[in-house]
Design a protein around this ligand. Structure first.
Ligand SMILES: [Zn+2]
Length: 64
């Protein structure tokens, strides 16, 4: 089960309705919703991938 950080709850939540997406730079990411408040959660890395995102991981959503 993929988890991500909910900025509204300020806590880690399971990602509800997770979807595998690909970012502009070609890296996999997971997008879904917070099961508590419904806020969108975005996590770098594929849902079922065991590969760590690496040292360059950055929280998404801070840039336009
Ligand atoms: Zn939340």
């Amino acid at each position: 089960m993929a988890t991500g950080y909910c900025v509204k709850c300020k806590a880690s939540r399971e990602i509800a309705d997770p979807k595998a997406i690909t970012m502009k730079n070609g890296r996999p990411a997971t997008e879904g919703r917070c099961p508590v408040c419904g806020t969108r959660i975005f996590k770098i890395g594929a849902p079922e991938s065991g590969t760590p995102p690496g040292p360059g991981e950055a929280p998404a959503g801070g840039r336009p």
